[in-house]
Structures are given as structure tokens and as C-alpha cells.
Design a protein around this ligand. Structure first.
Ligand SMILES: NC(=O)c1ccc[n+]([C@@H]2O[C@H](COP(=O)([O-])OP(=O)(O)OC[C@H]3O[C@@H](n4cnc5c(N)ncnc54)[C@H](O)[C@@H]3O)[C@@H](O)[C@H]2O)c1
Length: 306
């Protein structure tokens, strides 16, 4: 009896496994619908004017690619050197025209703007240029930043000051100027790029001022978020873990063992690629995160959880 029941059940199971139900059938046979994959419209950057500091290379450049891939056709790339900002703009223009093939190529506008974020006047001047080019700015990302590895006793003060001028004051000038322009237009989104170093102490390399600067950026975002919450300006933080860019490659060039150490300390066992941040930056910068302000998204392969 028991054997018969088992045999019957195994028959049912075999039938269930062999005969595809409606879901299995549609998964195995239905061709994908034509056109781009369907996604939530609120994630679209279509019609938004975006501006990214430190965007001639590295993560900033990747944020621009993510915006373009999500439909942005009006973009400003800010960086220290005008020729590098312009070169990145030219490259992205080609990418944008190829990616957004459904839009009129002449409507795609990407400009490079020289800007030293550590100078308030330079940031104001860059905004003037961007406003005269586009008339508005909807999404701003403050990505410009530097890192240096000195022990606390060895770090020359002029270099510490320069690091804070770029990482902390640069983020503040960028956010303040963004909000000045966004509030009269009804709002916008600001993302400050902090780091997992705002939450943990990196080892083995010493970098106390950098870690403190990124913790400052994180709390700056929360504080500005409160100041501007009712004015329609959202301020959030994106905190990457170890990502492969010039910033980290420069450090790794001096120490071949270091990458293995970083990867061992990361639960996912690897460094991130810049494009691993694409989803998070689009989420924070788009209407998909419209009820989110003063928050941090960590994208670090799990580094901070252990
Ligand atoms: N790469 C990582 O692993 C990592 C991890 C966590 C956080 N971050 C943060 O992400 C941001 C971008 O880092 P990245 O890896 O792309 O670095 P990167 O060195 O590759 O690029 C930084 C860009 O910022 C520009 N820049 C530097 N000083 C500037 C200034 N005063 N004004 C305007 N532009 C300036 C540089 O010219 C460069 O184009 C930084 O704030 C960094 O602290 C990076």
C-alpha cells in the first residue's frame, strides 16, 4: 500500500516535472517583446538635466554613463581640467547618440566644464555656465574627491587641508550651489559620494583624514537634507566600497599584496567595477527615490557587515 502511494506520488511528481505548466511554458517559449526592456518609468532620467563633479574619469564618468543609459540627454561634466572634461563630454556624446537611438541626435547635449570644487567661486562659475547652457539642473552628483595614505604622525598639514578642501568643502559648495538653483525651480536631487570609510576604518593602509572627511560628507548630507526637505531638494549619500578606478589603482601600484588583502576582507571576495554603482546612482537621482532624503546607500560587496 505504502509502495503504491509512493509510486502514485512519484508519478504525479514526474508528470508535474515533465509537463510544463502555464508559467513554465511561457518562460520557455515566449520570445522577448520587441524594444527596450520594460522597467519602472520613475527610474528614467529622460528630460532631466544632470551634472556630475569629478566626472572626467572614474566613478563620476560612470555615473554619467548610467544617466545617459537611463535616457538623460542633457548633461554637464565638471572636472579640474577643461580639456579632460571636454574629452569626456565628446566620448559620452558618441555613447549617448548610440544608446538613445530613438531620440533626435541634435537634441543630445553634453558639455565639459572646468571646475575646482575646492574653490567656491569656481563652483559658482561652473553653475553659471551650466545654467546658461540648460536653464535648470535636476540632478547633481558630487563625486570629485581624493585619497592619500599617510600615518597620522607623517601627514603634512597642507595636504590634510587640501584633502578637506576637496572632499568636504567641495561637496558642500557643490550641494549649496545646487540647492540655490533647484529651490526656485521646485526641487531636485543631490547625491554626495561618501565611502564605506564613513562607517568603518580601512586596514591596513592608514587614511584617517580621508575616513573623517567621508564621515563628514555623510552627516553633511543628512543635515542638508533636513534643511531643504520641505523645499523639494533631496540630499542622499552613495557610499562605495573598494572600486577599481584610478584612485585605487594608484594605491595598488605601490603594493601588490594590498588588492588580495582588500578582497579577503570583502565578503563577496572581489573589488567592485564602477558600473556596479549604476543602479544605485540612478535610483538616488531619479524620481524612483522621491520619498528618500538624508539616507545612505552602501555598495561595498558586504564589507561593512562583518
Ligand atoms: N574608487 C573607490 O574605491 C572609492 C571608494 C569609495 C569612495 N570613493 C569616492 O568616489 C569619488 C570618486 O572617486 P574615483 O575613484 O572616481 O576617483 P578618481 O581619482 O578616479 O577620479 C576623481 C575625479 O575627480 C577629479 N577631481 C579631483 N580633485 C578635484 C577638484 N578639486 N575639483 C574637481 N574635480 C576634481 C579628478 O580630476 C578625477 O577626474 C571620490 O569622492 C572618492 O572618495 C571612491
Amino acid at each position: 500500500m505504502a509502495t503504491r502511494i509512493a509510486a502514485r506520488h512519484s508519478g504525479i511528481l514526474r508528470n508535474a516535472l515533465c509537463r510544463p505548466g502555464p508559467i513554465a511554458r511561457s518562460m520557455s517559449t515566449a520570445p522577448p517583446p520587441p524594444g527596450p526592456p520594460k522597467t519602472l518609468p520613475s527610474f528614467s532620467m529622460q528630460g532631466k538635466v544632470c551634472m556630475v563633479t569629478g566626472a572626467a574619469r572614474g566613478l563620476g564618468y560612470e555615473f554619467c554613463r548610467a544617466f545617459v543609459s537611463s535616457g538623460c540627454t542633457s548633461l554637464a561634466i565638471l572636472d579640474l581640467k577643461e580639456d579632460e572634461a571636454n574629452a569626456a563630454a565628446t566620448e559620452l556624446l558618441t555613447f549617448a547618440r548610440a544608446t538613445n537611438s530613438n531620440v533626435d541626435p541634435s537634441s543630445v547635449k553634453i558639455i565639459g566644464v572646468e571646475c575646482d570644487v575646492s574653490s567656491e567661486r569656481s563652483v559658482q562659475k561652473a553653475y553659471e555656465d551650466v545654467m546658461s547652457a540648460y536653464g535648470r539642473v535636476d540632478s547633481v552628483v558630487a563625486s570629485a574627491g581624493i585619497v592619500e595614505n599617510y600615518s597620522a604622525f607623517d601627514y603634512p598639514f597642507d595636504r590634510i587641508k587640501r584633502l578637506y578642501d576637496i572632499n568636504v568643502h567641495g561637496a558642500f559648495f557643490t550641494a549649496r550651489e545646487a540647492a540655490r538653483n533647484m529651490i526656485p525651480q521646485g526641487g531636485g536631487s543631490i547625491v554626495l559620494v561618501s565611502s564605506m570609510s564613513a562607517n568603518i576604518v580601512n586596514i591596513p593602509q592608514p587614511q584617517t583624514p580621508y575616513n573623517a572627511s567621508k564621515a563628514a560628507v555623510k552627516h553633511m548630507a543628512a543635515s542638508l537634507a533636513v534643511e531643504w526637505a520641505k523645499k523639494g531638494v533631496r540630499v542622499n549619500v552613495l557610499s562605495p566600497g573598494y572600486m577599481l578606478t584610478k584612485l585605487t589603482k594608484t594605491i595598488l601600484a605601490h603594493d601588490t599584496e594590498l588588492r588580495t588583502t582588500w578582497e579577503r576582507l570583502t565578503p563577496m571576495g572581489k573589488m567592485g567595477e564602477p558600473e556596479d554603482l549604476a543602479g544605485a546612482i540612478v535610483f538616488l537621482s531619479s524620481d524612483a527615490s522621491s520619498f528618500m532624503t538624508g539616507s545612505e546607500i552602501r555598495v561595498d560587496g558586504g564589507y561593512c557587515i562583518i
